[in-house]
Design a protein around this ligand. Structure first.
Ligand code: SF4
Length: 292
């Protein structure tokens, strides 16, 4: 993979991460700062199902989903088509991508399982990973990563573990969410019925097998950033993964970028996020990148 290019916050495609592209149901292109370029999203949850209900979630669940399940044949066709379309410069015809340099909008940095819900909830996760790996191989995209963006709740499922093993041999990377250090704050921010200790156990067991990236969203709740005690607890959770034999490649700290369903869930200022990232790095020794 070539060195990471500079991505501008001013590009329309960086500001607009709509998970819809034409008539496609399952795949969509975005320019992502965390991917350092063009990411082809694979929406495994067109039904918008999630086992979290984050106070900052951008998914509009008042509108119905576009499909109730993932059709593997259609997923393969759509992914093949979009990869070829993007690589040959087709996205430059779209006003949203016109201000992006050609080498960035034609270089596929990753294929990311993401979308309108939690990818590990679907019953055929491993099948979908196998399809993406196969299409990627057929396209000769040996440098392109396969990324799973997950809330970690389903990482202990047998089918999901099979999917992770396929990812491991196809430039796979797991970006796992951790927004809290305590059960109470987890319930406040992620509003999930899943127990926090299951999330932590899944993170540990997954990181014991391969290195993972922790993705954490920090924000203000009713005007207050994460309390100091919570940030200390959060760093302790990361250190527990490390002392338990888990490997964390890096931590991505980011904040709210778009309108939230709860008006009292608001973004941090860049310097506030930078300060949190610096604190995490000093308390854990982990490379921590802030995406203000
Ligand atoms: S885990 Fe993701 S999709 Fe689910 S509620 Fe949270 S932000 Fe939304």
């Amino acid at each position: 993979m070539p060195p990471e290019p500079a991505i501008s916050n001013h590009w329309a495609s960086v500001r607009d991460h709509a998970r819809v592209f034409g008539e496609l149901i399952y795949v969509y292109p975005v320019i992502s700062r965390r991917s350092a370029g063009l990411s082809i999203g694979v929406n495994l949850n067109p039904d918008k199902r999630c086992n979290f209900d984050c106070i900052y979630c951008e998914v509009d669940r008042k509108l119905p989903g576009r499909a109730t399940h993932v059709d593997p044949i259609q997923l393969r066709e759509e992914l093949m088509w979009l990869l070829q379309y993007a690589r040959t410069g087709g996205l430059l015809e779209d006003p949203k991508f016109r201000d992006v340099p050609r080498e960035i909008v034609t270089t596929i940095r990753d294929i990311a399982f993401s979308g309108d819900g939690e990818p590990t909830m679907i019953p055929n996760f491993a099948e979908c990973v196998a399809i993406a790996a196969d299409v990627k191989r057929n396209e000769g995209l040996d440098q392109t990563k396969l990324v799973l963006i997950t809330d970690a709740a389903g990482l202990d499922k047998v089918d999901v573990r099979c999917g992770l093993e396929i990812m491991d041999t196809n430039q796979g990377e797991i970006w796992a969410k951790l927004d809290a250090g305590t059960e109470a704050y987890f319930k406040q921010v992620n509003r999930s019925f899943v127990r926090f200790d299951r999330i932590l156990r899944n993170l540990l067991q997954t990181a014991q097998v391969r290195p993972i990236i922790i993705q954490s969203l920090f924000l203000k709740v009713h005007g207050s950033p994460m309390p100091d005690a919570e940030l200390i607890a959060y760093c302790q959770r990361l250190n527990e993964i490390l002392t338990g034999g888990g490997r964390i490649r890096e931590v991505h700290a980011y904040t709210v970028a778009r309108p939230t369903p709860e008006t009292w869930a608001t973004r941090l200022e860049p310097q506030e996020l930078q300060a949190i990232a610096a604190h995490i790095q000093s308390e854990t020794g982990l490379k921590t990148r802030a995406f203000p």
